[in-house]
Write a protein that binds this ligand. Sequence first.
Ligand SMILES: CC(C)(COP(=O)(O)OP(=O)(O)OC[C@H]1O[C@@H](n2cnc3c(N)ncnc32)[C@H](O)[C@@H]1OP(=O)(O)O)[C@@H](O)C(=O)NCCC(=O)NCCS
Length: 435
Amino acid sequence: MDFTDAPIDQTSATNLAEQQLTLALVDTANDRERYAAWHNVVNRGFYGERDDEKDVEFLLNAGAYRRTTGVWDAAEAGVDPVATVSTWSTPLSVPGGTVPTWAISAVTVAPTHRRRGIARNLIEAELRTAAACNVPVAALTASEATIYGRFGFAPAARVSKITIDTKRASWAGPTPTGRVRFIELDELFEQGPAIFERERLQHPGEIELGELLWSGTIDYRPGKEDKAKDIRAIQYTGAAGEVQGVAAYRVKEGSDDKLTASVLHLAAATDDAYAALWRFLLELDLVRVLEADLRSTDEPVLWQLSDVRAAKVAPYDHLWLRIIDPIAALEARSYSRPVRLVLDVVDPLEFAQGRFLLEVNDAGSASVSHLTENAPADAGHLALSERDLAQIYVGGASATALHRAGRITELTDGAVAHLDAAFHSPVAPRLGIWF
Ligand SMILES: CC(C)(COP(=O)(O)OP(=O)(O)OC[C@H]1O[C@@H](n2cnc3c(N)ncnc32)[C@H](O)[C@@H]1OP(=O)(O)O)[C@@H](O)C(=O)NCCC(=O)NCCS
């Protein structure tokens, strides 16, 4: 079943109906009024501004591919829902490939209806619908780190905010031979997703970027130029003239009169584009501070500065994953070492519950099977929760650290070290956008 055709989850619909609440999809093709109301409720939930007609037009077109779900209260007049969620299936980059993933966004419950179990019903409905569509992983970015663990999500990739004192550090990286030039915002808008797409596949943890997510990332949407007057965009082209990277930034006066350049996004499909764009930003005249958020925890630019202490790096959790089908999820990625491991996964919501045999061959490919009998004596053996599995899945967390934290249990000697070595990703996973 394709994700767009899946019906509303009946378990949650029945639960919510007990409170006179209706769980339903918005017909985005035919019901503009209901969609506009739905999106304004999302804005309100995140304390954002109301949309105007141009916003609704853009959002309807750019977001038409998604499942737009809401909860309506029979006691309320009008078309405003009391809760919202937006979901779609997207490839998530994992070591060695991609895995179909259920992206969950725009989760809001009106303050008038909070703490009545509405969010729980929405999230569990999405997990069941994803399972019904054979999508093995769910993903989200979280406004608060305390909400989603109870649904089996765990922080699987951290990102960092990098702040560089540009007077202290000079460029010590390579000098690419291509050109950096300014481009207009509509060019940036058009070129960005293709560049990002090339870069995305090199970084576990990234999801596909359409117009809607790209527009949020660069803080610009066509028709809303007034709101983006201070955004500057640059592009890097290689010696043959092909576009290899783009970046968008704003320069503002900080509290101490120092000019700060804030990078909205830097997408580089090649190492040359990466070096040229970072160098350009680092060498902006008058600017004393360069800051960039949502960067990797292992960012090469840190090793392209003359003074490594000029950069402050603040890491935090960003991509949250939930394993729905361990067999499909584990078989979708490649591994750094051959291993034979039995994983006893405990999952209170039962999606990932069970005993699994993970066998990785010399080429790094996995075959995974469900075991109903005892673990084979010649395999390493571990017990872990569905959240532990999600946390180590793309190589963004150390199994050894989780073991030392009392979370992963080693049932045969050395099994944690094997798990760590196999799940390691040479490129630190990251997610460079909010969704
Ligand atoms: C977060 C939000 C969606 C929760 O909705 P809700 O309907 O009140 O949540 P529920 O009543 O279903 O609560 C489900 C569980 O989550 C817990 N919970 C809910 N919101 C929480 C929060 N902000 N922090 C910690 N726990 C929270 C509840 O205590 C409950 O726990 P339990 O089932 O283990 O007892 C809602 O408060 C909201 O819209 N906030 C503003 C927008 C936002 O932050 N959205 C999340 C986007 S990532």
